[in-house]
Ligand binder design. Structure first.
Ligand SMILES: Cc1ncc(COP(=O)(O)O)c(C=O)c1O
Length: 411
């Protein structure tokens, strides 16, 4: 599987994603990921980097977690394959039961997908059928994926690029603005509000006190469903299994993806309460997905859910989060370039001075051995998302590299 870095870049520039390579090149980042293990990725040229981008939470357990590797090997030895989505499956049923049980409130069903966008599509379709309304409310510059329905909510620039936006059915309001939300829902014609509990692409702004609870209450008053997109924030990264639990809100639908795969086999899910899942009783073929809930994916997801829900995992996340918070606070006191720290568990957004302050920091960190990505819709905020098993030593190492990068960016 070995090839020179130049050859890999040439192949991808030629056949896969020329513009993306050009953009990263402009920033001075030419990462080609070779070996990977735990919190580390290695550039093909041998450079070791701490991965705190973790592909949005995909590597929540780290890269190639030993239990996930063991589970994957087990799956290959079992007399299974992807399975057939039309027929009952023990593994699919077990993962659905686990997900429903791990969610707050009275979730009832789980519809599987192969990725987050597809799972968001399922959430949107379920809400539309349940309410017999078409409109969806999301936040300005929200991000929920790039398929037809998921791409048509939140920031729809890319949907419009493909002539696939649906302006009549998509309404956006500013995050943390209860008044605007009330206005948007006042005509009682909205199928669902879809919100990321802490919006990643916007730079992880934290929900203000009572905001999410207030939104849920307006939803209840207006017959609107509440979809919690926990694709990035779920699976124990916040210190709770779902970040929405931290804010005392029980959604009608929870979307999970990325980390559910253990970074090893694609799987995603929309978890629905009775109302949202009503269509499953009416027309079982209304939504199907060949790869959604594949049996190999389910075998991995079962292990992922077992690991992330262990009390010791949650205890660890909460302990290290506190250490991370203290460390970031010390750094912020020292450097005014770091304007703001937004943190919830091991999910953090670091706001830097200047409109593209986080892009410059991303490059400096790359040079200093950390892969951290800027937020797509706020280039001043760096996403700082270490994996669940980050310990105090790794936090110290990250702080050293962060400090060095800040100094470089400001001198
Ligand atoms: C919050 C959120 N929702 C949905 C998605 C879409 O997931 P996927 O890329 O697996 O389709 C993403 C992906 O980054 C995301 O961050």
């Amino acid at each position: 599987m070995s090839a020179s870095k130049d050859r890999v870049i040439e192949l991808n520039k030629g056949y896969v994603c020329p513009d993306k390579i050009r953009i990263f090149n402009q920033i001075g980042i030419d990462l080609v990921i070779g070996k990977r293990e735990g919190p580390y990725i290695y550039d093909l040229d041998g450079k070791k980097l701490i991965d705190i981008h973790i592909n949005g939470g995909t590597y929540n357990l780290g890269h190639r977690h030993p239990e996930i590797i063991k589970t994957m090997k087990e799956a290959l030895e079992m007399p299974i394959d992807i399975g057939n989505h039309h027929f009952p499956s023990l593994l699919r049923g077990q993962v659905a039961e686990m997900l429903v049980t791990l969610c707050p409130g009275d979730m009832k069903y789980c519809v599987f997908a192969s990725g987050g966008s597809e799972a968001v599509d399922i959430a949107v379709k379920s809400a539309r059928h349940a309410t017999q309304r078409r409109k969806i409310v999301s936040i300005d510059n929200g991000y929920h994926g790039r398929t037809g329905l998921s791409g048509a909510v939140g920031n729809t620039k890319n949907a419009a690029f493909f002539l696939s936006d649906t302006p009549d059915d998509s309404v956006t309001v500013p995050f943390n603005d209860v008044f605007a939300m009330k206005g948007a829902l006042s005509k009682e014609d909205i199928a669902a509000v879809i919100l990321e509990t802490i919006p990643a692409t916007l730079g992880f702004p934290l929900p203000e006190n009572g905001y999410l609870a207030e939104v849920k209450s307006i939803c209840e008053q207006t017959g609107t469903l509440f979809i919690a997109d926990e694709v990035q924030t779920g699976l124990s990264r916040s210190g709770k299994i779902w970040a929405i639990e931290k804010f005392g809100v029980v959604p009608d639908i929870i979307v999970s993806a990325k980390g559910l795969s253990g970074g090893m086999y694609p799987i995603a899910a929309a978890i629905l309460n009775e109302k949202a899942g009503s269509w499953l009783l009416e027309d079982g073929f209304a939504h199907v997905s060949t790869f959604g809930g594949s049996e190999i994916g389910c075998h991995i997801a079962k292990k992922v859910l077992e690991i992330i829900s262990r009390p010791e995992t949650l205890d660890h996340v909460n302990r290290v989060s506190k250490y991370l918070a203290d460390s970031l606070e010390k750094l912020q006191e020292k450097y005014s370039h770091l304007i703001e720290v937004r943190q919830c568990g091991l999910i953090a957004g670091l706001k830097f001075e200047g409109e593209i302050g986080a892009v410059t920091m991303s490059k400096a960190l790359y040079d200093n051995g950390v892969w951290a990505m800027f937020s797509g819709y706020d280039l001043s905020v760096l996403q700082f998302k270490p994996y669940l098993f980050t310990d105090e030593v790794l936090v110290d190492e990250l702080m050293d590299k962060l400090e060095k990068s800040i100094v470089q960016c400001t001198s």
